[in-house]
Each structure stands twice: as C-alpha cells, then as structure tokens.
Design a protein around this ligand. Structure first.
Ligand code: AMP
Length: 365
C-alpha cells in the first residue's frame, strides 16, 4: 500500500485533483472533475475523487489532503486546518467571494467524510506577506487599512513555485531584481528581490492589475461609480461586468481564451491581445521602479508558457530597458528567450502549484 497526498483546487465549476506519493512527491494522478451546478455539486466531485483513490489497483492510502485556499489574510504560511481556523477562513469569504466559498466547501465535506484525516490549507495571499507596508497600502482613510482594506496580492502559490526553481534556471540573477508574470485566465505580476515578494499587481480583490480572461484589471474607480450612479446598473450588474464580462472576452466580444483570439482575424481580437500586452507592460514598468531596475523577467501559466505572440509583444515594450529578445528561441517555447548579451534575462518556466501544496502537506502533517 502506498501512502499518498491528495491535492485539491476547488473552483466554482471544477475540482482539480492531484495525487502524489507521500515519500518522494512523484505524481500518480492529475485530473479535473466537473462540479454539477447543484447544492451538493462539490460533494459529488469529492466523492468521485475519493472513489478514484479507493478503486486504484495498487492500493493507495490517503495520508493527508492539501487545498488551495485563495485568501489567508495576514497568514504568511500554510496551516493545518482546525475547526477554529476554518471558522476564521469563512470570515474572509467577502474578500474573495468567487473562490473562497468553494475552497472551504471541499475542506468541510472532506472533514465530514474523514474526520481523522489531516488537512492543510495553502493560501494564494501568503507569499506576498514579505512586502513592505507601503506596497500593501491604499491612499484611503487609515481606518480602512486597519479594517483589512489593503493590498493582499494573489497567485502566491504559483510565485512560490517559481521562486523555488528560479535559481536552477537563472543562477545568481534569481536573487536580484525579478518580475514573474503569471499569465493565465487570471493574471498578475510579482516583483521579487531575494526571491521574496516586494510588490504585486493584484491588490485587495482579484480584479486589480493586469487585464485577464474576463476581468478588467486596473480600472479608474470612477467607472464603477458612474455605472451605478448614471447608467442605473445594480451592484450585481457592475460586479458581473467587472468579473465576468470584461477582459479579453469583453474587449474582443469573441472569447476569453487567448488561443481562440490568436486564431481569429477579427480586428477586435487583435485589439484585445494588444491591450493585454499594453497593460502588462505598463505594470512591468511600475514594478521596475519599485525594484530599481530589472535583471530577469519570467513568464508562466497558460498564456505565459504557450503564447509566443504575447511574450514577444510584452518583451518588445521592454527594449528601452535593455531586454533584447530572441524570436527563434521564443517560437520554440525555449526556457531562455533573451538574446545573447541582453541586459535583462527572460525565461519561460511552467508553474506547478500542486507540488507546492503537496510539499506543504508533508512539512505540516
Ligand atoms: P491557465 O489559467 O493558466 O490555465 O491559462 C489559461 C489561458 O492560457 C487561456 O487563455 C488559454 O487560451 C491560454 N493558453 C493555453 N495554451 C495556449 C497556447 N498554446 N497558445 C496561447 N494561449 C494558450
């Protein structure tokens, strides 16, 4: 019988489920389960996952379960879940209404089915807790900060993975001034020094910063006020517009999927991709000032790992700063895509959030 770690990443319509050996972290299974749109949708998907484990011919024993939890507030490390921690994490639902309830539901369902099983939560916010205070502040009246209205940052599990492997790719540069571009359906940038987060483009909510698949990214806050006050949109309509109808989907009017847009001849598709790169370059510039320059830029996640066009456009914006780009390497999705002699190195490194959660499970349980 093999001891295993199960890793869950619960979204609104899917439950990603990975299984690792407990002794050497080798991957046994990786899959995505559909969550039916019903009260017990997550429970059914979880039962399917547990069914997969118990039906496995080699005999697997579930030792510990790890979960991606989007919001951990001020927590800087993963935590073993207790009833008390679960209650605290539920109070954060208003801070991440699209993700947190699903993440916690799976933890609760699993605890009901297996009360003795140790469970570990890894937080997308945790990696950013090394940021200096200024990077986490809004210029609002002070009492809002004290009430938790501040910049938390997200995609921290992905950034932690990149930080863990970057020295292997970039040598000494890894510890200098680095920007990691996590460009997936959700997207953000993280500025690192000494492999620690110094600033990030996402803030209080998962809306801020880069343009995304369906989210708008940085937006003049006067716009949602105008929508409510003068366009007679309700709070729900504004929320739905900003989270689900904007970004690549909203600007192209075609799709939230970069692959579809790259294959389209419609001018709106081209404009959506151009705006995506424009906003990414703008935020790079902003983070470069905080870092005092840049030594390495890392692309990761679905778009970052696979879209040669997006990488080329973003890198072209950084020519002024000394990034010289090798299009042949870029077309090959090579690990290193800068030209010889470039002042700024550019890398393509696949992320692996699941392995970060699996490692945390073994450390903690
Ligand atoms: P993620 O959220 O990390 O799974 O990334 C999803 C995004 O990556 C979607 O916009 C996909 O269209 C995009 N993506 C995946 N593969 C490719 C590809 N070969 N070329 C361009 N975009 C891709």
């Amino acid at each position: 019988v093999t001891d295993i770690i199960a890793v869950f990443n619960a979204g609104s319509s899917t439950l990603k489920f990975s299984v690792f050996r407990h002794d050497d972290f080798s991957l046994i299974h990786n899959g995505t389960l559909e969550v039916p749109d019903s009260q017990d949708g997550h429970k059914k998907a979880l039962q399917q996952a547990l069914g997969w484990i118990s039906a496995h011919k080699d005999g697997l024993k579930l030792h510990v379960a790890g979960h991606r939890v989007v919001h951990g507030k001020d927590r800087a490390k993963p935590e073993k879940i207790t009833a008390k921690i679960l209650t605290e994490l539920k109070t954060l639902i208003p801070l991440a209404p699209l993700h947190q309830p699903h993440n916690l539901r799976v933890i609760e369902e699993l605890a009901a089915l297996h009360p003795e099983l140790p469970q570990v939560a890894c937080f997308d916010t945790a990696f950013h807790r090394t940021q200096p205070k200024l990077a986490s502040m809004f210029a609002l009246p002070r009492r809002f900060y004290d009430d938790g209205v501040k910049r938390y940052g997200f995609h921290g599990i992905s950034y932690e993975y990149i930080a863990s492997v970057l020295p292997k790719y970039a040598g000494d540069k890894a510890k200098s001034r680095v920007i990691v571009a996590h460009l997936g359906n959700g997207a953000s940038l993280c500025a690192m020094k000494n492999l620690q987060s110094q600033a990030t483009s996402m803030g209080f909510s998962t809306l801020d910063g880069l343009m995304m698949g369906t989210r708008c990214g940085t937006l003049d806050v006067g716009v949602p006020l105008y929508m409510q006050q003068h366009l007679n949109m309700t709070t729900d309509q504004v929320t739905d517009t900003l989270y689900h109808k904007s970004g690549l989907l909203g600007v192209s009017g075609i799709s939230n999927d970069m692959r579809t847009l790259e294959q389209s001849d419609a001018p709106e598709a081209g404009e959506a991709i151009a705006l995506f790169c424009h906003m990414a370059a703008q935020h790079c510039g902003s983070l470069m000032s905080i870092l005092g320059g840049l030594d390495a830029l890392v692309f990761t996640a679905g778009i970052g790992e696979h879209s040669a066009r997006v990488r080329r456009e973003i890198c072209h914006y950084l020519t002024w700063a000394g990034l010289s780009f090798d299009e042949t390497l870029n077309q090959k999705n090579a690990t290193q895509i800068h030209a010889k002699g470039s002042k700024i190195a550019a890398y393509v490194i696949p992320t692996d959030e699941e392995i970060v959660i699996a490692r945390a499970c073994r450390m903690i349980s």
